[in-house]
Design a protein around this ligand. Structure first.
Ligand SMILES: [Zn+2]
Length: 332
């Protein structure tokens, strides 16, 4: 029998550099994505690197090796942090930052460093007229999904579809003391009416009109990340919603929000959570991550790692939820 506190090989705590718990929590969650880990530890990323902004991806790769190859119990993310801080001064050590903003920043950085454009070689008319060039990377392959916003003009009833890609889906929290992730999803995907300042320009009516808008998922990524919007502005004051939100560990159903044309029957399971405890800027971030081999859950609090039972994964402090449809996380 394994003891509750024994650390399996391939897990390392992260040193807090001074208010960097938001970064440590995100790094542990990214280290819980097996195909991303494989891509970096195998060295495959080196072939995709662009010189202009390869520094952060290289630092990320080195940090992943230090964290996952089992040589150290505690690793310092100093080098990775200083590379990012140079490019984004907002992430300096002096103040607490938002974990969601940091996550988006890291994913963008890695995408920029590793992207390749999948332009066709043959010269076509589409290309001559500036046809769309899609840029793909390990980040878009794993994390990028597509939404379609159907916008219907209430005057002429014409509907247009506006596609939009996402890597982190920011979900509003209904004003209740308790709710579920499904309630937040329903809130995000419900039909909205656009009036007054929010009217849209209708190209059929050739003027601004009232409209209804409804989003659907046209492509769900293998790894879908939800951001629970706990921090909201009220006038010029920011406040934190401490709503208790329950979320499933497995069998998350996205079919009610997906376009039937594109929907693939897939079950999503939780593999990581970022928690925020305390108030606004004085709070603390921790992560819960599911080990891809042992399937056990661990709590990562900077340098401290503790094994936790499945029943502790549900908390009222969840801020980011990481789900996957990859069956490597199936509980058999
Ligand atoms: Zn119209």
């Amino acid at each position: 029998m394994e003891e509750m506190n024994s650390q399996p090989p391939g897990l390392a705590g992260l040193k807090n550099l001074g208010n960097t718990c938001y970064m440590n929590a995100i790094l542990q969650c990214l280290c819980s994505v097996p195909p991303l880990v494989e891509y970096f530890l195998s060295g495959k990323y080196k072939a995709a690197l662009h010189n202009e902004n390869g520094e952060s991806a290289t630092a990320f790769g080195c940090l992943m090796s230090d964290m996952l190859l089992g040589e150290f119990d505690i690793v310092s993310p100093e080098v990775f942090h200083s590379v990012l801080e140079k490019r984004y001064p907002t992430f300096s050590k002096s103040s607490q930052q938002d974990a969601q903003e940091f996550l988006v920043c890291v994913l963008n950085e890695l995408h920029e460093a590793l992207k390749k454009s999948s332009k066709r070689r043959c010269i076509t008319k589409a290309k001559a007229s500036g046809g769309s060039v899609s840029e793909t990377s390990i980040i878009t392959q794993l994390f990028e999904g597509q939404l379609s916003y159907a916008i219907t003009c209430l005057e002429c009833k014409t509907t247009i579809d506006r596609p939009e890609s996402f890597t982190v889906l920011s979900l509003p929290i209904p004003s209740k003391s308790m709710c579920s992730l499904q309630d937040c999803l329903k809130c995000f995907f419900q039909q909205d009416t656009l009036t007054w300042n929010n009217q849209i320009y209708c190209s059929w009516c050739r003027t601004k009109q009232d409209a209804v808008v409804k989003a659907t998922i046209t492509k769900a990524p293998q790894f879908i990340i939800f951001h629970l919007k706990r921090f909201e502005w009220q006038g010029n004051r920011k406040r934190k919603l401490s709503t208790d939100i329950c979320y499933p560990l497995s069998n998350l159903d996205l079919s009610p929000y997906s376009s039937p044309l594109f929907y693939k029957d897939a079950e999503y399971s939780l593999y990581a959570v970022v928690n925020h405890t305390g108030i606004l800027n004085k709070g603390h971030y921790t992560a819960f991550c599911k080990h891809s081999v042992t399937k056990n859950w661990y709590s990562f609090d900077d340098s401290q790692i503790t094994r936790i039972p499945n029943s502790s994964v549900q908390t009222d402090t969840a801020y980011l939820l990481f789900y996957t449809c990859q069956d490597l996380f199936c509980t058999h």
